[in-house]
Design a protein around this ligand. Structure first.
Ligand SMILES: [Zn+2]
Length: 209
């Protein structure tokens, strides 16, 4: 989107250096429910080019998982006992296809995680103050109506929390930053506020300790 490749590369390198990461994994995000699992000895499996997907899961320390966003949610999931982490790109389309539920299911199935043990964090993203969807009748299933805050605004943070609870997470294990990107363009890129814009990132990494 008009960003110079060498600058993007430099920024990605900065993230990697800052975290002391061995690898920085990211995706060609497409607002779907594709999940990529990164395990030890999978060198090269994640590109380039990056895989087309919206969720990354790993149990490999030092492998940082990056989600790029500008209003969509990045949702971090973590199992402190099995030491498995996930980072999910979830915009309204992700909510509609319940990508969060699918990621929890995959963590349970593939890593033996227990949903009630998982921690979840929802970062800065489009808030209920600005989540306007005039065509909601066409876009959303009727179950989403309960998250309508007024005429055509929706609380997608609550949608995500409900989907995580349906997947088995404990409410006390979930945290929402409650920072709206469209309101806070002084800190974040917002597609809704700015149209053509950059992306900011959310990263999670298991340390080796
Ligand atoms: Zn807002």
């Amino acid at each position: 989107m008009g960003d110079r490749p060498e600058r993007v590369r430099e920024n990605l390198d900065r993230v990697k250096r800052f975290l002391g990461a061995e690898k920085l994994l990211f995706m060609d995000q497409c607002h779907g429910d594709g999940i990529v699992v990164f395990r030890a000895r999978m060198d090269g499996a994640l590109g380039p080019p990056p895989p087309r997907a919206d969720a990354l899961i790993t149990d490999v320390p030092g492998a940082a998982l990056l989600v790029k966003q500008a209003d969509c949610q990045a949702v971090i999931l973590y199992d402190p006992e099995k030491r498995v982490a996930a980072n999910v790109h979830c915009g309204w389309r992700g909510n509609v296809c319940n990508v969060l539920g699918r990621v929890v299911e995959r963590m349970v199935r593939e890593f033996g995680c227990r949903a009630e043990r998982l921690r979840a964090a929802i970062g800065p993203s489009l808030g209920p103050c600005c989540g306007e969807f005039r065509d909601y009748g066409k876009l959303f299933p009727s179950a989403f109506l309960r998250y309508r805050v007024d005429d055509c605004r929706f609380d997608l943070w609550s949608v995500s929390c409900s989907q995580l609870m349906e997947a088995g997470l404990e409410p006390s294990h979930m945290e929402v930053a409650c920072i709206c990107t469209r309101c806070r363009t002084d800190f974040f890129f917002s597609y809704r506020a700015e149209g053509r814009t950059g992306r900011f990132g959310t990263v999670v990494m298991l340390n080796s300790g």
